[in-house]
Design a protein around this ligand. Sequence first.
Ligand code: ADP
Length: 253
Amino acid sequence: MIEIKSIYKTYKLKVYRGLIKKYLNVKALDDFSLTINDGEIVALVGRSGCGKSTVGNAILKLIELDFGQIIIDDIDITSLHGYSQIYPIRRYLQGVFQNTSSSLNPKMKVEDIIAEPMRNYNLYSKDRIKRLLERVEIPVSYESRYPSQLSGGQRQRVAIARALALNPKFLVLDEITSNLDVITTNNIIELLRDLNSENNTTMLFITHDLALADKFCSRKIVMKEGKKVEEVKKLRLDHVSDEYTKELINSSF
Ligand code: ADP
């Protein structure tokens, strides 16, 4: 179970006015709370810039929060600092991101991309790489290809295989289908659904696509300006109460 308790994050943005350097405070999270139960697939939706990725990055320990706690299976991960404290938990928390050209190293072969997390934890297994490729439906013969030799959907499948390499309990999926066509998106969603029912993997699905959130996720959290606006079962006008959510629905369908 993941308990996000009243988290706050303000980024400091460096800006130049001529030769003078200044810092602007950008508030990304403002008293945001959320509980995700084991095996749940929860969507985080809202306009661009409302703080969705910041929540995902905080869970993955890619950023430090200003205040608040994130408790995962009774461990307060916000109190963990430095490589030696974070290393044991990172294994169970994995992320897949929108932009595979920055998240997959273009100089590494598919095989090495998937092997990297295993090597980090001394769990390398050639056989597991093969099984992971089969699981995400990438031909095993593609293991010696580079990311540039794959389609967008195949790259995202490789990113998913890498995220699964250590059998994580929790996946943050951040706009992973934004660059994919409808058929490829549906195939990836099917794959994730199967993974969820096979392994009970808990997932936070970050998206601006309300229809996809509705199709894939049992619960939807609507965010605005770093806050939770409401939590709904269906993103349909007759199921929501907040005006901002209604506006969001009206502008997307
Ligand atoms: P979303 O995922 O909903 O698009 P983000 O979490 O990426 O939103 O961003 C929330 C806010 O924080 C936005 O205003 C964004 O510009 C700002 N922000 C995100 N990352 C940084 C950063 N590294 N430095 C400065 N501002 C940032």
